[in-house]
Unconditional design. Structure first.
Ligand SMILES: Cc1cc2nc3c(=O)[nH]c(=O)nc-3n(C[C@H](O)[C@H](O)[C@H](O)COP(=O)(O)O)c2cc1C
Length: 226
């Protein structure tokens, strides 16, 4: 598949068939995804492919705990970074009812998805250059999510559906116990992978135009073509 085509057509898949997933396909995806960039090329990403039904059930329960909290906040339009006017800012981002319904369906059926990829990172490999700033840190994740995005694109290239969620990170202690994570290995994402139900997929993704999100020389000055 053409790279730009894959970048424009990789939705969050919330509905999966029961068809099993071939390990060889997953292995091929990881074998390409591992060429992602990471700070100092330390490649601290570690992924656990969870296919065991009982483990999937337990992970889906942990995810559901957090999803229910999120759902309550999302209904009030207050999710994400909490500043004094977070609620006002998030209003324009309020998820559509349809998306909430789809995501709720996804959360409820997570245990049935063929493979749950628990994407972790070895914390000692990260150089978190914004850790001393007086705001929440975002840099550390950069050395994990490059790999994760490659996995999502790899799935798309194979015709697989995927969905990235980060809710499981809040249940890290329980996940660590369940999957035997060593100390200092953090959970950064859960990626559900399986064959998509075709009639439940988006035909067109909705994203902001370049001019709204990319600026030239100063913030807010749209990066436009002459
Ligand atoms: C950091 C992050 C966290 C996300 N968390 C969830 C989640 O908890 N549940 C979910 O179903 N999708 C989650 N998503 C997927 C987004 O909801 C999805 O990309 C967005 O709604 C656009 O949907 P689309 O790609 O299908 O157009 C997450 C995506 C990112 C990047």
């Amino acid at each position: 598949m053409d790279l730009y085509e894959a970048m424009r057509t990789t939705p969050s898949c919330r509905y999966f068939t029961d068809d099993p997933l071939d390990d060889e396909i997953l292995h091929r995806i990881f074998d390409h995804a591992r060429f992602a960039s990471s700070g100092g090329n330390r490649q601290g990403w570690r992924t656990i492919v969870v296919t065991d039904p009982e483990l999937k059930r337990q992970i889906s329960e942990l995810h559901a705990k957090q999803w229910n909290v999120y759902l309550d906040h999302a209904r009030d339009g207050v999710v994400g970074y909490q500043t004094t006017d977070a609620a006002t800012k998030m209003d324009s981002y309020s998820p559509a009812q349809q998306r909430l319904t789809r995501t709720d369906d996804f959360a409820k059926s997570l245990a049935n998805v063929p493979a749950l990829l628990v994407c972790c990172v070895e914390l000692w490999t990260l150089a978190v250059t914004d850790k001393d700033l007086d705001r929440q840190s975002i840099v550390g994740g950069g050395s994990l999510y490059t790999f994760v995005q490659n996995v999502l694109l790899g799935c798309r290239n194979e015709g697989l559906g995927s969905a990235l969620t980060t809710l499981l990170a809040a249940e890290e202690a329980a996940v660590a116990e369940l999957l035997g994570l060593p100390d200092e290995v953090a959970v950064g994402a859960l990626v559900a992978v399986g064959w998509p139900v075709p009639e439940k997929q988006y035909t067109k993704l909705s994203r902001k135009p370049v001019e709204e999100v990319v600026f030239r020389n100063s913030y807010g000055n749209p990066f436009e073509l002459d």
